[in-house]
Each structure stands twice: as structure tokens, then as C-alpha cells.
Design a protein around this ligand. Structure first.
Ligand code: NDP
Length: 452
């Protein structure tokens, strides 16, 4: 570590002592961009690290709502507007009981670099609430969303801050949030992405994060003349990202043997084919059931209560549930069992020990910022369609997603080759490459715009 990065990290640790996920995300970025900080002194001279680790604005608010029995509940709402150097704040809303300021700051910080990598004009932000949509009726979710948006609407707008979905926020929630925004502001604008197709949504947006992550994996494998066809894959999660990631892996001839939720994992050695996946989608999206029901439905599969998928041998692993779902020991087990590629659909699913295991083992590792950027990229395309009042076809959007993931891969690859000493003929450090590529664009824009 240099004197500059050590000093900045110390300050960030002191100021944010109770936010472990945020500190983890900052450490991962700061420790990997040192080569560019040493090569270009302008970043230190302009205090870019000190500024980029501090959100531009943080909004915290009360969200009161009533349940179906008339009881009053109070949740906490947040929006972290992290960085607007290259465009309006953009990033999802998460509704989950674990949500707190530190988690949203980590997500917002990651989003700044991810959005930069997409090459689209989007700054970084993130928001949400500790509200738990699980087990709530549609009417309760609607009342919560309306109360949440009643405050949030003061702070967002199509050219200011454009939220989207994340854990616990899917098409249903975006609909209720949009309806309330429109009612209060009396304007029909692209203020949220992830909208339904019949009122301003983009084709391929639901699929984009999962599909994009597979495209990124394909790009990594292509550097060795390989692809995902025939590979045995483990996937965690069974939500939006996991579902479409499994769909794309199936289409490309891979075999997916696991999915999971926060209670446990299902293992199906025969593979979760298109028909079984359709059943999972109905289970999760319509009936809002639990993944363990899969094992009763499909003979030959089993449910492992309280377990994650990482002890099951695979060629490729795709964590698509949540942060820190792979630790150092689990990463070692993956590698020991023959895993050659990890591509992250979730945000920061691997802890710092786990990342070191991947890098030391020289497997293909696609970090979240690069590998899951397809979702926000297609959100950017949704914004472009909204502002032009145009609807692109499925093929047009998918082709653009393909191109964006290819460009992100090339950008991360070339920055890794330029700055990382670990790269060899057979190994590319995509962590260094993605972090530096994402950082440089934002940092240069911050310098151009003066001390704001
Ligand atoms: P969903 O809410 O649709 O699905 C989340 C899935 O992860 C569910 O299966 C859920 O299980 C599981 N999960 C959530 N929390 C935990 C936990 N603490 N432990 C174990 N499993 C958990 O969310 P998404 O699919 O949209 O998001 C998944 C990940 O992808 C998140 O990290 C998100 O930030 C990231 N991401 C999402 C994007 C998007 O476009 N949606 C874009 C980029 C990244 P359960 O039902 O039991 O809660």
C-alpha cells in the first residue's frame, strides 16, 4: 500500500467504523487501483479518493404504513446519491430486513464504477428500505411503496436520479412506485427503470443482469478459445438474476445443477432444464413459494436445508443471491473441486479472502462490477428509449447488451494488461482491470468539473 491509499483507507475506516460492507467495498477498490494512482499524480493532487469515497448526498426517511389488519408499521427508507460526475444517479432499490445505511453505501459505491464501465452516462446511487415484502399481501406492498415514494419523489427525477429494482423490488414494486410518483408529480417520465412493457419498460430488462453475466463469462472463456457449452454450473439464488442466468446457460448448452434461496439449496444432478426452470419461475414469481418445493416436484433432486451450493463440484459458479455468500473456505472448496470460472451476478458475493483464493488459483474471475453490469446497462437503454419515445425490439436490445458486455470485457481486460503485474499469457486479473477502467472515467470527470 502507498502512503496515500493507507491514509485514505484509515480515514474511511474511522469515519465509517460501523459499516463493514462499505469498508470492504472501498478496500477492494482502493487496494487495486494503486498502479494508476502512482502513474498519474493528478488523482492524489485533486483528493479524488477522499471525494469518491464520500456520497454526494444521503437521504434517510420514515416510512409509515398500515397492514391489512389496520396495524401501523414504521420502516426506514434510504437513498444514497453517491456520485453524479458522469450522469444522473442510477441504481436499484432494495427491500430486505437486512438493509441499513452501510449496505446501501457499499452498493452505491460499487454502482459508481459499474455504471462507468457500461460506457453509458450514468452516475451511481442506491436506495431501499428494511421493509420485508415476504409474506405481505399485494395491498400491503402497495401501501408501503406508496408511502416510500411519497418521500422519495422529492429527491429523484428522470435527469436527477433514476432508481430501479434490486433484491425484493421487482416488477410489482416498480409498478406501485411509479404509479405513486406519477400521481404526486403529475408527469409520466422515465423516473424508474424496470417498468412493465406496456407503460415504458424495455424488452430484455428483466433478463439483462443474468444474460449479461453469462455473456461476460463467455467473453472470458473466449480468451482461451473455450465457451460454456457442456459445462456443469452451480448457481445461487432463485430470484430475477438467477432465473435468467439459468435460462441463458441452458440456451447455450450448459448444465445447471443448483439454485437456492435464503433457506437452502436444491441440487439436481440431471440439470435444471427449460421445463424445470419454467416451474421455478412460476413458483417464485407467481406463487412466491420457497425453492425447497423443487425437490418434492422433481425426482432425483435433493434439498439441502441451510446450505449454499459451493460444496457441489462444478466447472463454473455463478453466485446470484447476495453479498458475502462465498467466503475463503467456500472459494477454496470450489477451486479444489475443479471450478475454473466464477462470474458474479450478485453484488460483492465473494468476501476479500475468497477473492484472493480465486486470484491465487488463477481461475477466471469476473467481479460483480463488470460481470453483472448488464442490468444497469439495459436500464440505461430503457432511459434512452423513454426520452426518445421509442421502443426497440428484443433483438435490438439483446444485440446492444451483447456489445456492451463485450466492451466491458475488453475494457477490463486491456486495463488489467496495462496495470496488473499478475497478468500472464494464461491469466487476467479482471479485478484490477475493472476497478481501474471504472475509476479513471469518473475521476477524470470529477477533475474536469472542479471541486463540487
Ligand atoms: P431477487 O429479490 O429477485 O432474488 C434474490 C435471491 O437471493 C432470492 O432467491 C433470495 O432468497 C436470495 N437471497 C437474498 N438474500 C439472501 C441472503 N441473505 N442469503 C441467501 N440468499 C439470499 O433479487 P435479484 O435477483 O434482483 O438480486 C440478486 C443479486 O443480484 C443481489 O446481490 C443484487 O444486488 C444483484 N443485482 C441485481 C440486479 C438486477 O437487475 N436485479 C442488477 C445487478 C446486481 P429469498 O427468497 O429466501 O430471500
Amino acid at each position: 500500500m502507498t502512503e496515500y491509499t493507507t491514509r485514505v483507507l484509515e480515514t474511511v475506516r474511522t469515519k465509517n467504523a460501523h459499516e463493514p460492507e462499505f469498508l470492504q467495498a472501498v478496500q477492494e477498490v482502493v487496494s487495486t487501483i494503486e498502479p494508476v494512482l502512482s502513474a498519474k499524480k493528478k488523482y492524489e493532487e485533486n483528493c479524488i479518493l477522499e471525494r469518491i469515497t464520500e456520497p454526494e448526498r444521503t437521504i434517510i426517511f420514515r416510512v409509515p404504513w398500515t397492514d391489512d389488519a389496520g396495524h401501523i408499521h414504521i420502516n426506514r427508507g434510504f437513498r444514497v446519491e453517491f456520485n453524479s460526475a458522469i450522469g444522473p444517479y442510477k441504481g436499484g432499490l432494495r427491500f430486505h430486513p437486512s438493509v441499513n445505511l452501510g449496505i446501501l453505501k457499499f452498493l452505491g459505491f460499487e454502482q459508481v464504477f459499474k455504471n462507468s464501465l457500461t460506457t453509458l452516462a450514468m452516475g451511481g446511487g442506491k436506495g431501499g428500505s428494511d421493509f420485508d415484502p415476504k409474506g405481505k399481501s399485494d395491498a400491503e406492498v402497495m401501501r408501503f411503496c406508496q408511502s416510500f415514494m411519497t418521500e422519495l419523489q422529492r429527491h429523484i427525477g428522470a435527469d436527477t436520479d433514476v432508481p430501479a429494482g434490486d433484491i425484493g423490488v421487482g416488477g410489482r414494486e416498480i409498478g406501485y412506485l411509479f404509479g405513486q410518483y406519477k400521481r404526486l408529480r403529475n408527469e409520466f417520465t422515465g423516473v424508474l427503470t424496470g417498468k412493465a412493457l406496456n407503460w415504458g419498460g424495455s424488452l430484455i430488462r428483466p433478463e439483462a443482469t443474468g444474460y449479461g453475466c453469462v455473456y461476460f463469462a463467455q467473453n472470458m472463456l473466449a480468451t482461451h478459445g473455450d465457451d460454456v457449452s457442456g459445462k456443469v454450473c452451480t448457481v445461487s439464488g432463485s430470484g430475477n438474476v438467477a432465473q435468467y442466468l439459468v435460462e441463458k446457460l441452458n440456451q447455450l448448452g450448459a448444465k445447471v445443477v443448483t439454485m437456492s434461496d435464503s433457506n437452502g439449496t436444491i441440487y439436481d444432478p440431471a440439470g435444471i432444464d427449460a421445463e424445470k426452470l419454467a416451474w421455478v419461475m412460476e413458483l417464485k414469481n407467481v406463487r412466491r413459494g420457497r425453492i425447497k418445493e423443487y425437490a418434492s416436484k422433481f425426482a432425483g433432486s435433493e434439498y439441502r436445508e441451510g446450505q449454499r451450493p459451493w460444496s457441489i463440484p462444478c466447472d463454473c459458479a455463478f453466485p446470484c443471491a447476495t453479498q458475502n455468500e462465498i467466503n475463503g473456505a467456500e472459494a477454496s472448496t470450489l477451486v479444489k473441486n475443479g471450478c475454473k470460472l466464477v462470474a458474479e451476478g450478485a453484488n460483492m458475493p465473494t468476501d476479500l479472502d475468497g477473492i484472493n483464493v480465486y486470484l491465487n488459483s488463477k481461475i477466471f474471475y469476473g467481479p460483480a462490477k463488470a460481470a453483472n453490469a448488464g442490468g444497469v446497462a439495459v436500464s440505461g437503454l430503457e432511459m434512452a428509449q423513454n426520452s426518445q419515445r421509442l421502443d426497440w425490439t428484443r433483438e435490438q436490445v439483446d444485440a446492444k447488451l451483447h456489445d456492451i458486455m463485450k466492451n466491458i470485457h475488453e475494457n477490463a481486460y486491456s486495463h488489467a494488461r496495462e496495470y496488473s503485474k499478475d497478468c500472464t499469457a494464461d491469466f487476467t486479473n479482471y479485478v484490477v482491470g475493472a476497478n481501474i477502467a471504472g475509476f479513471v472515467k469518473v475521476a477524470d470527470a470529477m477533475i474536469d468539473q472542479g471541486l463540487v
